[in-house]
Design a protein around this ligand. Structure first.
Ligand code: NAG
Ligand code: NAG
Length: 359
């Protein structure tokens, strides 16, 4: 008898526990970690893209260009193609200098466009113009363009980004790009190695469009995340056809072609600017993510600024990349200008994670 009477009571108690403990905990949990939960389940709702056809890459400084072209199954040309390097610029001053010094010997025209608006419609200074004196070495080969932002609040940032890329197409025509010239399409911090561009300008039957596989670094060359940055691409320019883009455009990917150093900034203030300005600004879910002290701690640990899970398509890859990136102590095969000016860029080299606060 007593058992029967206890049962409804017990049920009530459990119902109360669910109502007042588990439900609020779950709601708080989803509020703070919702993004993590959906990312963790990503392998279930999204299948991986079609794999790339990876082209093996051969290089040694003492091997002739004829031999290198032949190793790739290509012929060597009698004279090299002209090469255009085009970027949309925001605030990556140091990366731009390292990039242009790396590529300098092989570039016909450096093409740079900057806007007074971020992709997220915040006003920004014309950082390139302000720092122009650091780039005098490219002056005779520079086509520089400015574009006014449209400042449409609450618009998807990818629309402003697309608008700026269309303007870059026009700037390339002003720079004098011609049929079959090589065009590098990549963000400032996606730096092809000089020998990769030299190979592509000298060899004959390279694919019309080719993605470059770059080593992915975060914060500096101390944190090597993986080898699989692929968005940078090189095009043999076709009039009326080639459009400046930063998404997947072909299946071909040339292995080991350079470096992609994300969030490789000198000043903490640059990190904060970038976190607010770029197209994924929705990742700044809490204002404490912008605290300089927290940012500095994350940089030294190699941990994610947004407290997010790795964006991977399989549980195996995701779990393998969870947590901070291990420290790397290799500074072998980095851009030469970086090593020749190591004192000035020491924050990019292993063992120097502490940043200046900046303006
Ligand atoms: C590269 O070639 C130069 C000149 O022919 C030679 O002195 C040097 O030893 C070579 N280096 C390597 C690593 O083979
Ligand atoms: C951005 O540039 C455009 C064109 O030069 C100008 O008309 C506009 O006033 C500028 N806006 C800001 C916020 O600086």
């Amino acid at each position: 008898m007593s058992k029967l009477r206890c049962l409804p009571l017990g049920l009530d108690f459990r119902a109360l526990v669910v109502l007042f403990l588990i439900v609020p905990t779950a709601i708080i949990g989803i509020y703070f970690h919702g993004q993590k939960i959906t990312y963790f389940l990503r392998p279930l709702w999204q299948s991986p893209p079609k794999p790339f056809i990876i082209i093996p890459h051969y290089y040694h400084e003492n091997v002739s260009i004829e031999t290198l072209c032949k190793l790739h199954g290509w012929g060597a040309r009698e004279f090299p193609r002209r090469v255009f390097d085009a970027v949309l610029f925001s605030n990556e001053i140091d990366m731009l200098k390292i990039r242009w010094k790396e590529l300098y010997p092989y570039i016909t025209q450096f093409v740079l466009l900057e806007s007074n608006s971020t992709f997220t419609a915040l006003p920004k200074p014309l950082n390139f113009e302000i720092n122009k004196d650091k780039f005098e070495f490219v002056e005779p080969r520079l086509t520089y363009g400015k574009i006014g932002g449209r400042f449409r609040r609450r618009q998807n940032p990818f629309i402003e980004e697309a608008y700026q890329r269309i303007a870059l197409d026009q700037l390339l025509r002003i720079a004098g790009i011609q049929e079959d010239d090589l065009l590098i399409m990549s963000d400032v911090d996606e730096i092809p190695s000089a020998h990769t561009i030299d190979l592509l300008r000298w060899c004959d039957e390279i694919p019309n469009v080719l993605h470059l596989q770059l080593r992915n670094y975060l914060y500096s060359f101390e944190f090597l995340y993986d080898q699989m940055s692929w968005r940078a691409s090189v095009h043999r320019y076709k009039k009326g056809e080639t459009r400046y883009a930063h998404y997947r455009q072909t299946d071909y990917l040339l292995s080991d072609s350079g470096w992609h150093c994300s969030f490789c900034f000198r000043y903490i203030s640059d990190f904060i600017f970038k976190m607010k300005a770029y197209s994924h600004n929705d990742r700044v879910r809490f204002s404490h993510f912008l605290s300089p002290k927290r940012i500095q701690e994350r940089i030294c640990k190699g941990a994610d600024l947004y407290d997010m899970l790795p964006e991977e398509y399989t549980f195996r890859d995701m779990i393998g990349k969870m947590g901070p990136i291990p420290h790397s102590y290799s500074a072998v095969h980095l851009p030469s200008y970086l090593l020749e000016n190591a004192e000035d860029y020491k924050y990019l080299l292993p063992g120097n994670c502490v940043r200046e606060s900046g303006g």
